[in-house]
Design a protein. Structure first.
Ligand code: ADP
Ligand code: MG
Length: 312
């Protein structure tokens, strides 16, 4: 059996110009689900993971709008909410798409926690922007009252930033593995998983942070022994000299070449760099096939026909 982890970028759920209504999200997810059903029909065992940036952003706005009426929830719980919401939409759309293909495959969503190290250097340098832009006064109040970190983005206002630590392990790996072994399509590790850390006594504690979903996808794929990791986004792969006059889109590449480009800083932090890092690590950890491709070319990408791809 061939297990394939597919990471869906934010555009699988919300696209530029979408308002973010339930209908918008369901329509976009429906299109992706149709392609995933075709892959299931081809015999791949699928594990689906996804981004959650805009959804968590909206949950944070809802929280704030309800301040004084209902208690504000911390980020880890907002992350869990988004996994449930997106998981439900993906789960139902996939079930419908599978039924249309004449397939009877169970689909399960697993609320997933990602273990991070409390000594990760990211905790002293928050970099990942979350939620909407605010005025200086609001940012200052949050910094003073709650010790949050906010940064000014020239012209657009102030935005909260949180640490983006490395994923150490996926807490629910055993559950995911046994569901996959039983033939389920599993949706998990949404938004990179809910970041948790281990306390002195070994218990878990949610933290205010965001793990890059691509790095968690690699951790997930490697720890369940998947053969393939396919990262789908809004561009068909990674480019050298991106947006420059000598831009070159990468097709099939060797691992050593990709490692070299990675260290030459062709891929932007917070967007393409974690994807390239993820496919490199996956092959280094024994994965057979890894690719970054455009969302609407999922089937070709899975067949190894398009996108930036490394063959072990
Ligand atoms: P996702 O929601 O799929 O994770 P991201 O916005 O995080 O999407 O990452 C995809 C984006 O990465 C592309 O839209 C592109 O603008 C950007 N990007 C940065 N560096 C590169 C590069 N070297 N080659 C291609 N795309 C790049
Ligand atoms: Mg991203």
């Amino acid at each position: 059996m061939h297990t394939m982890v597919i990471a869906l970028g934010g555009n699988a759920i919300l696209q530029k110009g979408d308002k973010g209504t339930a209908e918008n999200q369901r329509r976009n997810i429906g299109k992706t689900a149709a392609q995933l059903a075709v892959l299931a029909k081809e015999g791949y065992r699928l594990v689906i993971t996804h981004g959650n940036g805009p959804q968590v952003g909206n949950i944070l706005i809802q929280n704030e709008a309800a301040r004084g009426k209902v208690p504000e929830m911390p980020m880890d719980i907002c992350g869990a909410q988004s996994q449930g919401m997106i998981g439900y939409m993906l789960q139902m759309c996939l079930q419908n798409a599978l039924r249309e293909c004449g397939l009877n495959i169970p689909v399960s969503t697993v609320i997933t926690q990602t273990l991070v190290d409390k000594n990760d250097p990211a905790f002293s340098h928050p970099t990942k922007p979350v939620g909407p832009f605010y005025c200086r006064q609001w940012a200052q109040e949050r910094m003073e009252k709650y010790g949050e970190t906010w940064i000014e983005d020239a012209g657009r206002g102030w935005r909260r930033v949180v640490p983006s630590p490395e994923p150490k392990s996926i807490v629910e790996t055993p559950s995911i593995k046994s569901l996959v072994a039983q033939g389920h399509i599993v949706i998990c590790s949404g938004g990179g998983g809910i970041p948790v850390m281990e306390t002195e006594d070994g218990s878990l504690l949610g933290v205010e942070a965001v793990v890059e979903k691509d790095l968690s996808a690699e951790k997930l794929a490697s720890s369940i022994g998947a053969q393939s990791l396919i990262i789908l986004t809004d561009v068909n792969g990674a480019a050298l000299h991106y947006t420059g006059s000598s831009e070159i889109w990468l097709g099939e590449v060797t691992l050593p070449d990709l490692v070299k480009y990675y260290h030459e800083s062709h891929f932007f932090e917070g967007s393409m760099r974690p994807k390239v890092g993820a496919i490199m690590r996956f092959i280094e950890h024994g994965g057979k096939q890894a690719a970054i491709a455009s969302l609407d070319r999922a089937i070709e990408a899975a067949r190894g026909e398009t996108g930036t791809r490394i063959i072990a």
